[in-house]
Design a protein around this ligand. Sequence first.
Ligand code: SF4
Length: 415
Amino acid sequence: MNTVVPILRERGQREVFCGLTGIIWLHRKIQDAFFLVVGSRTCAHLIQSAAGVMIFAEPRFATAIIDERDLAGLADANTELDKVVTRLLERRPDIKLLFLVGSCPSEVIKLDLSRAAERLSRQFEPAVRILNYSGSGIETTFTQGEDACLAALVPAMPARDESEPALLIVGTLADVVEDQFKRLFNEIGIGPVAFFPPRKAGENPAVGPNTRFLLAQPFLADTARALEARGAVRLDALFPLGEEGTTAWLAAAAQAWNIPADRFEAAIAPGRERARQALARQRHLLDGKSIFFFPDSQLEPPLARFLSREMGMTLVEVGTPYLHRQHLAQELALLPAGTQLSEGQDVERQLDRCRAAQPDIVVCGLGLANPLEAQGITTKWSIELVFTPIHGYDQAGDLAELFARPLTRRMKLVA
Ligand code: SF4
């Protein structure tokens, strides 16, 4: 990429969800985990409305509301928290992993949730493991909630001392996508392969110096650091979005396993062909269209790479809350020369730039989407890109369609 265009760094008002949002996809993934938010009524409202319709007979997240209190009231808050957890775990023997999730209110910040987790662990282990992390909007954007959760789960991974290498895929993927990747790795000849986070608390994979890991999501800086501290080695790769990204991601593992090129090619050929055909069906809808990314999910750089290189879109601005240069090095190298990257946000100034550029489509958070739509600008909610399975060959067409659909809808409205 042309490094002449300086990265725009902004520190101003931000329009993003907080890390509590990650609970929505994490509670679906880890099937015997429970997320107890220690927070305010606002927090309870956020996760209830973001979760939408509850599809479980028994919910797997809740909010323990801590009202305003002075310092003397903190001891009571700890006692209350212990009571809430005890009641919950007595009533729900299906819970094997409990996360105490911190939030913004000052009353919660004053509470030491890591000590609470230790105290409660002594009471409930080995039946239930109790961990804590922060989903506070002061510290996290919405995908960082997953990073904080997974980083908290790393110390609970058993030690692996086998001498043969094992592959760990890191980051929440839909079960169907995991199964596809499992089959592909098997056909390529890579194994053993484990996925993190696990589907069940008791299946937390082992980690050690012979673990090689591939990040499936670009927002897992703390998790990667925690895995590296356990001796695991990250395989540098593009992220598995689109045909090109998926091939490069799989190839990074194949290279680490010294898989012969012909075997690798034979294993990926059918999936790659399906992806190419699916993308060809969408390309004419996106080719030549311009796109503007507001910073939200940290998925923006790999999405921009996919949309520009495989779908022919023009990148007006690629905003991201944080730019992890090391994890994104390969992605950044493939962005077209002159791409304007921005890190952080000053929302009013960014809105001015966006309105001036009049892009064909804008990727942004829910808070900005409606006002922009009202001004005649087509939008795509970035949160959908986290909720929808988009990784791998068989989802490449769906990923392109997520951008093509709003553009087609707008064209129909205009016509
Ligand atoms: S954690 Fe903070 S930003 Fe998130 S809902 Fe609670 S109060 Fe709001």
